[in-house]
Design a protein around this ligand. Structure first.
Ligand SMILES: Cc1cc2nc3c(=O)[nH]c(=O)nc-3n(C[C@H](O)[C@H](O)[C@H](O)COP(=O)(O)OP(=O)(O)OC[C@H]3O[C@@H](n4cnc5c(N)ncnc54)[C@H](O)[C@@H]3O)c2cc1C
Length: 359
């Protein structure tokens, strides 16, 4: 089965990887537009933020992410390129959630390790944090270093002849009735396949519109900052507070995220976002005062109603996997598994109904 995938973000690349493992002949095309894709720009937390508040459809796709990424880390390390995607199960401290009882009940139901901590216990373990806040400790929560993940997946895909190294923007899908005939590249070249998959993140709606299909996926900008660790290595846990978070990377880089902005396809960074994120960081970790972030960037999340992705077919041989909004990294492995099973006509381990594009 020959499959053409549009989009080399984490969703397109992991889907391609699974289909390739199943013996399909896969080709991934990417436009490589201005700016970085969300899969590079994100924080890489392998859990939705405040997961108990999310619909079950998202929780299901997120549930096995830790395992999947640990396995993927080993597989990618065993290649010649040996890029370490740095999956770190550091744990996440969630400060002052207003719905702590719901969180505790959710963790109990899901069998997820959770401890309630008083302000004094938090000060003992994380003395660099602001005083006077209590919280919940999710000791098993992990993150992946997603720019490395993307680099590792792209390198592997190019080596396997799956991803075309040069930018190949898809201009239009060419349809006849309930099937897709081909795709037309911006260069004018036409490519055919048995099956086509659109994984073009927030650009997916535009790609699909070229053959008269509609999908409610839109860009939502997120900005982040990076600091050097001011605590001499004490910062070793993710912290979530008032909707924003810190993520310590292995080499002492601390990410601070993120904004959620409706700005169309504009990937500019703004002084306003820098000020807001810097204010958050300095309030939460007073040691940041007087220190400047060394980087700021933006990415476009592919939003969808309730953040539930669209995974399934839109025509007989046209499939989509997109609209993962704030949780594309965590949901990517299970999304790739689900779409692969659907495309190969197998029984799926999750009920695919809630993800159907025509839902
Ligand atoms: C600031 C920020 C923080 C985030 N933090 C997290 C987090 O901690 N955890 C988490 O799980 N998720 C997080 N996310 C969300 C996550 O990054 C996204 O949901 C996910 O990366 C979406 O992946 P994707 O492959 O669908 O899209 P993208 O990564 O946007 O990839 C789409 C690809 O399609 C290509 N493309 C577009 N149009 C065309 C075309 N016409 N022809 C060919 N190719 C095309 C683009 O070049 C791009 O490479 C965050 C996002 C942001 C912005």
């Amino acid at each position: 089965m020959k499959v053409l995938i549009i989009g080399a973000g984490v969703i397109g690349l992991l889907t391609a990887r699974r289909l390739h493992q199943e013996g399909c002949q896969v080709m991934v095309l990417d436009a490589a537009p201005e700016g970085r894709p969300a899969s590079w720009a994100g924080g890489g937390i392998l859990s939705p933020l405040y997961p108990w508040r999310y619909p079950v459809e998202i929780q299901q796709l997120a549930a096995s992410a830790d395992h999947s990424y640990q396995r993927l880390q080993q597989e990618l390390l065993s290649l010649d390129t040996a890029i370490d995607i740095e999956v770190e199960a550091q744990g996440m401290l969630v400060l002052e959630p207003e719905d702590a009882p719901e969180a505790r009940q959710w963790a109990k139901d899901q069998g997820i390790a959770l401890r309630s901590l008083e302000d004094s216990e938090i000060q003992r373990s994380w003395p660099y944090l602001k005083r006077g806040v209590d919280g919940l400790w999710f000791s098993e929560c992990a993150h992946v270093r997603n720019p490395r993940l993307l680099r590792a997946l792209r390198t592997e895909s190019i080596q396997n002849g799956i991803l075309q190294a040069e930018p190949l923007p898809v201009q239009a899908l060419v349809r006849s009735g309930n099937r897709l005939d081909s795709i037309r590249l911006s260069s004018g070249r036409t490519l055919t396949a048995d099956h086509f998959v659109v994984c073009a993140g927030p650009w997916s709606a535009g790609v699909l519109a070229s053959c008269g299909l509609e999908l409610p996926v839109q860009p939502v900008r997120g900005q982040m900052l990076a600091y050097q660790d001011p605590s001499q290595g004490q910062m070793q846990a993710m912290v979530l507070y008032q909707g924003r978070y810190l993520i310590p990377r292995r080499d002492g880089v601390i990410l601070v995220g993120s904004t959620v902005e409706e700005a169309g396809f504009d990937t500019s960074i703004t002084p306003m976002a820098r000020e807001a994120l810097q204010g958050f960081a300095e309030d939460l970790v007073p040691m940041f005062r007087g220190q400047q972030p060394f980087a700021q960037w933006a990415g476009l999340r592919p939003s969808s109603p309730r953040g539930v992705p669209f995974i399934g077919s839109m025509l007989d041989n046209l499939w989509v996997s997109t609209g993962h909004f704030r949780n594309g990294l965590v949901m990517a492995p299970a999304s790739a598994e689900l779409l692969t099973d659907l495309m190969l006509g197998r029984t799926t381990s999750l009920d695919p109904t809630p993800y159907q594009p025509r839902r």
